[in-house]
Design a protein around this ligand. Structure first.
Ligand code: RP5
Length: 162
């Protein structure tokens, strides 16, 4: 076991600009993670090995982002019982609706917790992973509560012209 509880995986290097939003949130909350490029189509053996070893390596949450024919999150959920949070990466051709549909409509039995398309979805995936781990980590729960309170406090009461 490596001690790392969160895996951030993505189908391509091109997904990193989106998936780094998840990593940034985890950095803010002081949570460690690993990052890997794991493609359902280009590196299926890597996907298989990652899913097969996830439990024994101590992973507790997997954040999986992919675009287009985005089979990575669902295939990973088929291979491991570690909760998978899916991030539909925004595509140029179909604006990420293809990614969303590829991830969200899982058959009964193998759920993927699907986030919004793009950067907001990736950031929320980080927050969701933190919330899951916070159930058994009081210090993290406090940091997450503080993060949420700071966000609320940053929202102005009224709009401005600036
Ligand atoms: C998917 O195809 C990846 O997740 C990525 O979002 C998309 C395009 O990949 P590249 O052609 O940029 O490598 O598998």
């Amino acid at each position: 076991m490596t001690g790392v509880k969160i895996g951030i995986i993505m189908g391509s290097q091109s997904d990193w600009s989106t998936m780094r939003e998840a990593a940034s949130i985890l950095d803010e909350l002081g949570l460690g993670y690993e990052t890997r490029i794991v493609s359902a189509h280009r590196t299926p053996d890597r996907l298989w090995d990652y899913g097969k070893t996830a439990v024994e390596r101590g992973l507790q949450v997997i954040i999986a982002g992919a675009g287009g024919a985005a089979h990575l999150p669902g295939m990973m959920a088929s291979k491991t019982r570690v909760p998978v949070i899916g991030v539909p990466v925004q595509t140029r051709a179909l604006a990420g609706v293809d990614s969303l549909y590829s991830i969200v409509q899982m058959p009964k039995g193998f759920p993927v917790a699907t986030m919004a398309i793009g950067a907001a979805g990736a950031a929320n995936a980080g927050l969701m992973a933190a919330a899951i781990l916070a159930n058994s980590d009081a210090a993290l729960a406090q940091r997450l509560d503080d993060w949420r309170a700071a966000l609320s406090a940053s929202i102005p009461d009224e709009p401005s012209d600036d």
